[in-house]
Design a protein around this ligand. Structure first.
Ligand code: ATP
Ligand code: MG
Length: 160
């Protein structure tokens, strides 16, 4: 398989556009077994985006930010398949080895959707994610989005 990275620059001028992107991503069958790394400063919208994605995948009930618990897990039905989802936030990790010591390697080895915020805290140990999304706020309070597809789990046709 060719693993060359495809990079796209997108712009989310409103939460509606974040939602539209999340919905489009949720329709990709490869999402059933993928890792997504979400980077960007505090408050850029990593958790908000994840909420939209999880809702689009059928998750009901509260979707808490994993800032304190570090990981929140969900089970949902996706196109008649059971889908396991882990949403993680490594902000409070000071040393990547905490990722290893806390057993996260086991989660990353599971079939399901693994989404994690603050990848830079654990980058030295974690396998390269299938999808990287980097968020930046510009002067107009819009989200400038860098989307990197490192594998072919999702299709490579994205436009702003
Ligand atoms: N287009 C947008 N996409 C995502 N969030 C947006 C957008 N516009 C405004 N927001 C708001 O920005 C805030 C983003 O907060 P959020 O908790 O998602 O950030 P975060 O990147 O997860 O931060 P942290 O690093 O602290 O976990 C929310 O209040 C959300 O409503
Ligand atoms: Mg967050």
């Amino acid at each position: 398989m060719n693993n060359s990275t495809q990079t796209y620059k997108l712009l989310w001028t409103s939460e509606q556009q974040t939602l539209d992107f999340a919905q489009k991503l949720s329709s990709e069958p490869g999402i059933l077994d993928a890792t997504i790394a979400l980077s960007g400063d505090l408050g850029t919208g990593k958790t908000s985006f994840t909420r939209y994605l999880l809702r689009a995948l059928g998750v009901k009930g509260t979707i808490k930010s994993p800032t304190y618990a570090i990981v929140e897990s969900y089970e949902t039905l996706y196109k008649d398949h059971e889908l396991l989802i882990w949403h993680m936030d490594f902000y409070r990790f000071n040393d990547p080895h905490e990722w290893e010591d806390a057993g996260f390697r086991d989660i990353f080895a599971c079939r399901g959707l693994k989404i994690y915020e603050w990848p830079e805290r654990v980058a030295a140990l974690v396998p390269k994610p299938d999808i990287e999304i980097h968020l930046e706020l510009n002067a107009l309070d819009q989200r400038e989005v860098m989307l990197k597809l490192n594998t072919h789990k999702v299709s490579d046709c994205w436009t702003a």
